[in-house]
Design a protein around this ligand. Structure first.
Ligand code: NAD
Length: 420
């Protein structure tokens, strides 16, 4: 595929290559870091409610383990493929290094459409997938977490399945659990909170005020809806939002709290029926003349063509991999800053780390402690990224963030050496 509009793994390697010249990394180590350490593909047979057995495909990829146990979410979506899971695992590796968590990177997923599954089918699918990847995960080995279409309930089923095999309760094998079984306060909203924190930091850096800044958000699930609520709390005006069914646009601002509650109850945005809002398609939302556009759904939505027509002042990547390398070039040329996914959506894994620490210490923190630690870590990663971007004369924030991550992972591999 031309113009950088290619497969997700290829995009991730291009992003790494661009940072290579600004990083201080041994050439052999860098080559090693471009390859996933291992990927497991599992068949997931599920007994459907009508008595039929269906076989789904599931994956778990452990990309880079130089800095510690592997960590990354599990996604249920029809787009899940080995290529997508591998790229997501790579992005997790660089994200964890950028925010300086003692983790490597992993990702998993099952190719399915959860909207078509009953709760019981979803539970059986989750338990069988967990059994399939059980050989690969563990509290000191690889710790899954929620991602698209997975939530605290799914994490509870994963934790239970793993624990049944171990013969005792192992809360720290997954993060993003319900608080009642070892989850942490603040995890559900952590990724959206992180998005709002870095957006505010970017505005401060640009010497602009977030108050009344107009925002358009593509994807109104966990991350998009929480980012909307928390940005609105910081004074921003969310004028457009969309989900897979379609979107809504009101230049005077949407009722994000009402919308979020409606979506949490299972509603589709296209059927919300806001008399003040007009319908807007997902691609038209990305072309709105707003201060901030936030892709918070799937990968590769900001293509070269979309980037050429983008009217927003800045892009904050809540989703993983929403911008292709070709689009990155266009946006850099047009001087439109992009806060890269590995920084913008790192709030989720940061609070997952805090959950794992609490589980390991068997000691629970308050919401205030969790939020303060999240903010401290993200502001520090943001400052470091901007400093690296400025000091090393790097063309864009993504390349700066990658340079930091590659330096850190590279140093870990150099100290540990190559086995045997
Ligand atoms: P979610 O399942 O809660 O919500 C996904 C949203 O995207 C929904 O509104 C859905 O309707 C919409 N969507 C799906 N396909 C779409 C399409 N083709 N076009 C437009 N909208 C579409 O998922 P989430 O947890 O909010 O994750 C969203 C993104 O954020 C993903 O890229 C995910 O990898 C990333 N992310 C999530 C977390 C987390 O903690 N949940 C952490 C880091 C990154």
């Amino acid at each position: 595929m031309a113009n950088g509009e290619s497969g997700s793994v290829e995009n991730m390697r291009t992003q790494m290559d661009r940072a290579r010249e600004y990083a201080e990394v041994d050439e052999n180590v860098f080559t090693r870091m471009q390859h996933p350490e291992r990927t497991l593909k599992v068949s997931v047979p599920v007994l459907m409610d009508d008595g039929e057995e269906r076989v789904f495909e599931g994956y778990r990829c452990q990309f880079d383990g130089g800095r510690g146990p592997y960590k990354g979410g599990v996604r249920y979506h029809p787009s899940v493929t080995m290529d997508e899971v591998t790229a997501l695992a790579g992005w997790m590796s660089w994200k964890n290094a950028l925010v300086d968590l003692p983790y490597g990177g992993a990702k998993g997923g099952v190719s399915c459409d959860p909207k078509e599954l009953s709760r019981d089918e979803l539970k059986r699918l989750t338990r069988r997938y967990t059994e399939g990847i059980r050989r690969m995960i563990g509290p000191q080995i690889d710790i899954p977490a929620p991602d698209m279409n997975t939530n605290p309930q799914v994490m509870a089923w994963m934790m239970d399945t793993y624990s049944v095999y171990e013969g005792y309760t192992v809360p720290q094998v997954v993060t993003g659990k319900p608080v009642e079984i070892g989850g942490t306060p603040g995890r559900v909203e952590a990724t959206g909170r992180g998005v709002s924190i870095v957006t505010e930091q970017l505005f401060e850096h640009l010497d602009e005020a977030i108050d009344d800044a107009t925002v358009a958000i593509q994807g109104f699930g966990n991350v998009g809806a929480w980012a909307a609520r928390l940005l609105a709390r910081r004074g921003a005006n969310v004028v457009a939002a969309s989900d897979v069914s379609g979107g809504l646009y009101d230049p005077d601002g949407l009722d994000v709290i009402g919308l979020a509650e409606y979506v949490e109850e299972g509603g589709d945005l296209a059927e919300y029926g806001d008399p003040d809002a007009t319908e807007i398609a997902n691609d038209a939302l990305l072309a709105l003349d707003v201060d901030v556009v936030i892709p918070a759904a799937i990968a590769n939505v900001i293509t070269t063509e979309v980037a050429e027509n983008l009217e927003a002042g800045v892009v904050v990547e809540a989703a993983n991999g929403p911008t292709t390398p070709g689009a990155d070039d266009v946006l850099a040329e047009r001087d439109i800053p992009v806060v890269p996914d590995i920084l913008a959506n790192a709030g989720g894994v940061t609070v997952s780390y805090l959950e794992w620490v609490q589980n390991t210490q068997e000691y629970a923190w308050t919401l205030e402690q969790v939020n303060a630690e999240l903010e401290r870590r993200l502001v520090s990663a943001f400052d470091e990224t901007v400093e690296t971007y400025t000091d090393r004369g790097i063309p864009d924030l993504r390349t700066a963030a990658y340079a930091i991550a590659i330096d850190r992972c590279g140093r870990a591999h150099s100290y540990r050496g190559l086995f045997p």
